[in-house]
Design a protein around this ligand. Structure first.
Ligand code: NAP
Length: 294
């Protein structure tokens, strides 16, 4: 068997087209565009490029984006007072504070300062709790994107055994919380593995759907999966590659070449989960505008 590729770029384009339609409907009803405020603190090149692509995606979807930049010496009070201003601004429906923040700024305190109804990253404990009880306003972007990849590629998790490798607060735990719900596009039996799991292969071999978010290349190899498994590879790892001009290439957390002979479907890296993360951020911002009503 050679796996079908789950094309994240194509699926993300469909989500973004739907968001553009929703944004246009919101504009027709209110005379305003859904607005996302981005907060960038410091001059980290990676963060600058992430924020740039998020703002570009907003414009392409007919949404407003407001960019705010603070110096790398910014204090806790300065970041929090900017967040407070954005919380109160009726033209801002979603607030995205790009992480990581400089070390003098407490990230958790900043994320807590964002009002939950504008928390389009869905990291605030109120939104985490709402997700867990099955009543989310917003779902965190990468896990929500994983659910959309599964459903829209014809691999609905309903009734399946999903094994998640990784238990971070931004990927592993929330994706498990989403897929276990008694809800459309979910209703799976979910197992979570991590570094404390003894004999992880015994679990991964039982998976109908495997979501791998360990942050380490080759966490899952061909001998660890059953034939016909559907694999979502969340990992993004740079490895040296002298044949590339940049000197590196991106790989996921799964041994792609090995498992593709056994899997029924798999996401590539890049071009799988990555494009979905931005698409879901746009979807959350459009939803935040709709919930605000004006
Ligand atoms: P993280 O915070 O480093 O968490 C990794 C998790 O994997 C931890 O729970 C860790 O277990 C577990 N783990 C590590 N090695 C393992 C192993 N050999 N077997 C089983 N479990 C193992 O990472 P993250 O933020 O969740 O991100 C995971 C990956 O996804 C990274 O490559 C990241 O770059 C990528 N990512 C991609 C996107 C995207 O948009 N494409 C978004 C977010 C993240 P312990 O808890 O026991 O330490």
């Amino acid at each position: 068997m050679t796996a079908t590729l789950i094309d994240g770029t194509a699926i993300a384009a469909k989500v973004r087209a739907q968001v553009a339609t929703d944004a246009a409907a919101y504009f027709a009803g209110t005379g305003k565009k859904p607005g996302l405020a981005t907060v960038l603190v410091g001059d980290n090149a990676g963060s600058q490029s992430y924020v740039k692509s998020k703002r570009k995606a907003c414009a392409e979807a007919g949404m407003e984006s407001f960019g705010f930049e603070l110096p790398k010496t910014a204090t806790q009070e300065e970041v929090e007072s900017l967040v407070a201003r954005l919380n109160a601004d009726p033209n801002v429906h979603g607030i995205l504070v790009q992480l990581p923040l400089p070390k003098q700024v407490d990230e958790n305190k900043v994320l807590l300062a964002i009002t939950p109804r504008k928390d389009v990253d869905a990291f605030h404990p109120v939104n985490v709790g709402k997700l867990l009880i099955g009543e989310p306003d917003f779902m965190p972007c990468t896990p929500a994107g994983i659910q959309q990849l599964l459903v829209r590629s014809g691999n609905d998790p309903d009734g399946k055994h999903v094994v998640v490798c990784g238990r971070s607060n931004i990927v592993g735990k929330p994706v498990a919380a989403i897929l276990v719900q008694k809800a459309k596009g979910a209703n799976a039996t979910v197992t979570i593995c991590h570094t404390g799991t003894k004999d992880m292969a015994a679990f991964t071999r039982q998976a109908d759907i495997l979501v791998v978010a360990s942050g380490r290349p080759n966490t899952v190899t061909a001998d660890m999966v059953k034939p016909g498994v559907v694999i979502i590879d969340v990992g993004v790892n740079r490895i040296e590659d002298a044949t590339k001009k940049s000197g590196f290439r991106l790989v996921g957390d799964v041994d792609f070449d090995g498992v593709k002979e056994k899997a029924a479907a798999i996401t590539p890296v890049p071009g799988g989960v990555g494009p979905m993360t931005i698409a879901m951020l746009l979807a959350n911002t459009a939803k935040a505008a709709k919930l605000a009503g004006k």
